[in-house]
Design a protein. Structure first.
Lengths: 856, 134
């Protein structure tokens, strides 16, 4: 229990940040925190409201880690409203009459949507755009109207600012049309100038959203059933609507403070000083409900300044004096997929300021830099459509910009951009307010030479992560200056990187781990270098993964050729090339699953996964599968997994090429190919791309004239779309390109590096890779081809080979002294007609808790 | 085969000629673990490249699954180690101490370190000394 009690009124993004910041720094547990929120949810990402539709549900928008709310020092009260503050008694009164005593009170009530008092604003069908519930109600309304009107629902958004454009995007994603009505002469009037507004309007109209500017809405007129039916405007015109969304502004929610006698700013917001304190030293206000001295006592409707206020307040309560120095109003937004950014003196208010403008009517982009009168110092800038230079330029405000400023706004590649050296005081990470100077200090003075460590010790890049490329660049530049090479060592046993080790092993012609570590390493190896060497040996020689001394090098998955699951049993995946399978083989799989009691699930790669096989059962299971003509699917290997395909031109009305045939050809070519990480391939029979091939390491997509090959895509933690390697190629060209691409990847990628990051980090990028494998710029194509040929010549089914070898079969025993005894600690329960591992609570009931404690 | 061996704590066990015979020494492949069942206790056995044999609990404290015998052996400095095949924690084969938690907490309330058992090799047979009732 803490000795002091903090009550936070409001449970939005800034409240979450405050609690997180406090809990991170309050090592002694001095404070207990109670957070009062009126919504039914824990704090969620309000900025990402639009994405509510692309996510599974509200829980995907929740901020931070649930652990914060499970922390015993933190209490979150949802669905609870604070109605009064008694400053003399130091209590907050809740709607149900309960009074909460506080030692410190933090107001984080945010703001509410504001709409002009127009006639008809209360009609059903008129919405505000502020909370998750607002958005959910909009969606329900659109759905129910859609079911009745039998045509696209007509939507209108009043207000063409940030929220208005997001609301328009939300309407579109619900299947409604959207017209944005703005009173000012342009969209995003706070961020862009007249020309920028025009460019933005053009780009947004291309996306199907109608935009009407310089137009005031005067009335919402009801239809025959009393719902919002028509909008009436100041110029006398009208528009039919089924749904109207108001995004006309926000007002700070300062009423609790006002009623408690705290000073409130002229344009709303509780007045606070540079440390976010109100006139009452026990009460602070942060975020949109506060009007800070540093912001001229005006509430700022952006998240970054709110986060800074939260940090300043949390640290002050813990005795660390910091000041809130005012909002950096630099913004970078993606609205309906269109980049809009502005920073510094974007409107050229500085006397004598020069504007350098680039406007491209074809791409629709508009870019502007504002410079001092001698064109030497950057004052600000504005980007619409292409904001790629924003991250580098924003921290340069107030600093000399070397070279020709126009190089930054011309299309990339049109003019060489000079290397920028950020001034020490430039902010690199605006979420956590980390300067270039403090990153350099950490690298040079504190000796932090690793990106992960640099992140955790400076906190740069730990929130939104958008500045990470910049952080990495500063790190490499500083290390370069100091003459320090970034360590490429695989682990304590090998000084070399995987790429270097690959070449060394190949050149030296070594075939066993003991020879390799003796020649190139030290010690006896570990769980990092052993599997790496195992994989390199398999890539070079394509011998059996369990041959000679190699079994002990492999992770358990490769060692027993199955995928270990959480309870120590394995899953089994037979290869189903291209996802094509005969009913007879399907029946064999079904019978095996039934006979061995295996949980059965279809995988994302168009095959079948059988779970719950014990080590000693694997050979029996595989004997049945091999006898039926099936082979290993290598689901366990750092190797080709599957080639996913759509049904293609043989059946599909739209297919233009035989995608299944191509997929099977590719899968049978690359099966068993060992690589630095898993490889997934997809083949689509037409541009509709049903096989989702661009999310794969290699994606082949049919065209009228042949095939396009895309490379370097992946799903997973950070999805990447594959990029075009060759276009309209015939089948042999496709195969040759993929052969060489994969071989080059296998030779030069780092350990556990997938194709996307490999390709991005390859010197010269995809263009250089294309030159190497298509134009033979390094003269290694014949070598790469020969290597792939060797793979094809030496491929054997790993499982069949093991079944034929009694020595290797010995590996598959549960206990050396009881070879057929099943692991007694396994426990299962039935769910939806199949079995699954018991949870710890279920285990206690099934086998007693003793089994987990048996070795004590 | 002259190799014998084990960790410091097993001197007493070998002196008393204790332990249960679980398999022939030659049945163990260098650097490839094997599990044995001694009474109700699962033991993970490792014959290392230098000929020594080590035994630790088969139960992986971080997953709650009995899988340690299927991990990868290695060294950290001079210490022989075993890495869990599930979440990759590394343990000393000499003391059982968890040398790398991989930022995870043990499963349930299991201790993070492994129990080490005494091993002796007599007459070509590997004997494991598991205390407590058999």
């Amino acid at each position: 229990m803490g000795t002091e009690k903090i009550v936070v009124v409001g449970a939005g993004m800034v409240a979450q940040r405050f609690v997180q910041s406090l809990r991170t720094s309050d090592a002694e547990g001095r404070f207990d925190v109670e957070v009062i929120g009126e919504e039914a949810y824990a704090p969620y990402d309000r900025v990402a409201l639009t994405s509510f539709f692309s996510k599974a549900g509200p829980e995907d928008l929740l901020l931070g880690d649930q652990a914060l709310w499970d922390d015993p020092a933190v209490t979150l009260r949802r669905d609870t409203r604070a109605v009064a503050i008694d400053r003399d008694a130091a209590t907050v009164t809740l709607a149900d009459g309960e009074a909460l005593a506080y030692d410190h009170l933090v107001m984080a009530t945010g703001s509410s949507a504001w709409a002009p008092p127009l006639p008809g604003i209360d009609l059903p069908g008129v919405f505000m755009y502020r909370t998750l519930d607002d958005v959910a109600r909009m969606r329900d309304w659109v759905r129910s109207r859609q079911a009745i009107v039998g045509r696209p629902v007509r939507g209108a958004v009043i207000g063409g600012g940030l929220l208005g454009l997001e609301a328009a995007g939300a309407l579109q994603s619900m299947g409604a049309t959207a017209t944005v009505v703005e009173f000012a002469d342009r969209l995003m009037a706070l961020q862009v100038d007249k020309s920028g507004g025009e460019a933005l309007k053009g780009l947004i109209e291309r996306l199907g959203v109608k935009v009407r500017t310089s137009l005031a809405t005067t009335e919402v007129v009801a239809d025959a059933e009393g719902r919002a039916g028509t909008l009436r405007f100041s110029d006398g015109s009208e528009q039919l609507v089924d749904i109207v969304v108001f995004a006309t502004g926000i007002r700070p929610r300062d009423e609790l403070g006002r009623e408690a006698g705290l000073a409130v700013a002229e344009r709303g917001g509780i007045v606070v000083d540079d440390a976010c304190r109100t006139a009452d030293p026990r009460i602070s206000a942060i975020g949109e409900c506060a009007a800070a001295a540093a912001d001229g006592h005006v509430s700022i409707g952006l998240i970054a300044p709110g986060n800074t206020m939260a940090d300043v307040t949390a640290h002050r309560l813990l005795g660390r004096e910091e000041a809130y120095l005012g909002a950096d109003t630099a913004t970078k937004l993606k609205l309906l997929g269109v980049d809009v950014a502005s920073f510094g003196d974007a409107f050229a208010a500085t006397p004598g300021a020069l504007e350098v403008v680039y406007s491209d009517p074809f791409s629709g982009s508009y870019k502007k830099l504002v410079m001092t009168d001698d064109a030497s110092t950057l004052l600000g800038g504005m980007f619409v459509g292409d904001a790629s230079a924003f991250a580098q330029l924003r921290p340069m405000v107030g600093a000399a910009l070397p070279g020709d400023p126009s190089s930054w706004i011309l299309p990339e590649g049109a003019a060489a951009r000079p290397e920028l050296e950020l001034p020490d005081e430039a902010t690199v990470c605006s979420c956590n307010n980390v300067t270039a100077g403090s990153i350099r200090h950490a690298v040079n003075e504190d000796g932090v030479h690793d990106l992960g460590e640099l992140k955790s010790c400076t906190t740069a890049g730990t929130a939104c992560g958008s500045c990470l490329p910049l952080v990495k660049k500063i790190l490499t530049t500083e290390l370069g200056k100091a003459g320090i090479e970034v360590s490429q060592a695989l682990c304590e046993h090998f000084e070399m990187s995987r790429t270097q080790l690959f070449s060394a092993i190949q050149v030296a012609g070594l075939t066993t781990f003991s020879d390799i570590i003796e020649r190139f390493g030290t010690g006896h190896g570990c769980d990092i270098c052993k599997p790496t060497v195992g994989s390199i040996l398999a890539s070079i020689y394509n011998g059996h993964v369990l041959a000679e001394d190699r079994a002990a090098l492999q992770d358990t998955n490769d060692r027993v050729m199955a995928n270990m699951q959480k309870d120590g049993t394995y899953s089994v995946v037979p290869r189903i090339p291209g996802g094509e399978i005969t009913p007879d083989k399907l029946m064999v799989i079904a019978e095996v699953a039934k006979d061995f009691g295996l949980y059965t699930k279809i995988t994302g790669g168009q095959r079948i996964d059988l779970f719950g096989a014990r080590l000693e059962q694997l050979p029996h299971i595989w004997q049945r599968l091999v006898d039926a003509g099936m082979e290993s699917g290598h689901a366990y290997g750092k190797s080709l997994r599957t080639v996913k395909s759509c049904v293609g031109s043989t059946w599909c009305r739209y297919g233009v090429q035989d995608s299944v045939g191509m997929a099977i050809r590719l899968e049978e070519r690359y099966r068993g190919l060992r690589s630095p990480h898993k490889i997934k391939v997809g083949v689509s029979g037409c541009a509709r791309e049903c096989a989702e091939a661009r999310g794969k390491d290699v994606g082949v997509i049919a065209t009228e004239k042949g095939w396009n090959v895309y490379v370097g895509g992946n799903g997973g933690f950070s999805p990447v779309h594959a990029q075009l390697l060759v276009e309209d190629a015939d089948e042999d060209t496709v195969i040759r390109a993929i052969d060489r691409y994969l071989m080059l990847y296998i030779r030069t990628a780092d350990r556990l590096q997938r194709t996307a990051p490999w390709q991005a980090e390859y010197e010269g990028g995809l263009d250089a890779i294309r030159e190497v494998i298509l134009e033979d710029s390094l003269g290694i194509c014949a070598d790469l081809d020969a290597h792939m040929l060797h793979h094809l010549d030496t491929y054997e089914d790993e499982w069949k080979a093991v079944l034929d070898d009694p020595e290797r079969l010995k590996q598959f025993t549960s206990f050396v002294n009881a070879p057929e005894t099943a692991d007694p600690s396994l426990a299962y329960v039935e769910e939806r007609g199949q079995r699954r591992p018991a949870t710890p609570a279920e285990r206690v009931a099934l086998v007693g808790s003793a089994s987990l404690e048996e070795t004590r | 085969m002259t190799a014998v061996s084990s960790h410091a704590g097993s001197a007493e066990a070998s002196a008393s000629q204790g332990g249960v015979a679980v398999c022939a020494y030659d049945r163990l492949t260098p650097d490839l673990g094997a599990a044995a069942l001694v009474g109700t206790t699962q033991v993970a056995l490792f014959r290392l490249a230098d000929g020594t044999v080590h035994a630790v609990q088969n139960l992986d404290p971080f997953s709650g699954a009995s899988v340690m015998s299927r991990g990868i052996t290695g060294t950290r400095g001079e210490t022989p180690t075993i890495a869990s095949p599930i979440y990759k924690q590394v343990f000393s084969l000499l003391t059982g101490e968890c040398l790398a938690t991989m930022d995870k907490q043990p499963h349930g309330d299991l201790p993070a370190d492994l129990v080490v058992f005494g091993v002796t090799v007599r007459d070509g047979m590997v004997h494991v000394d598991v205390p407590g009732p058999m």
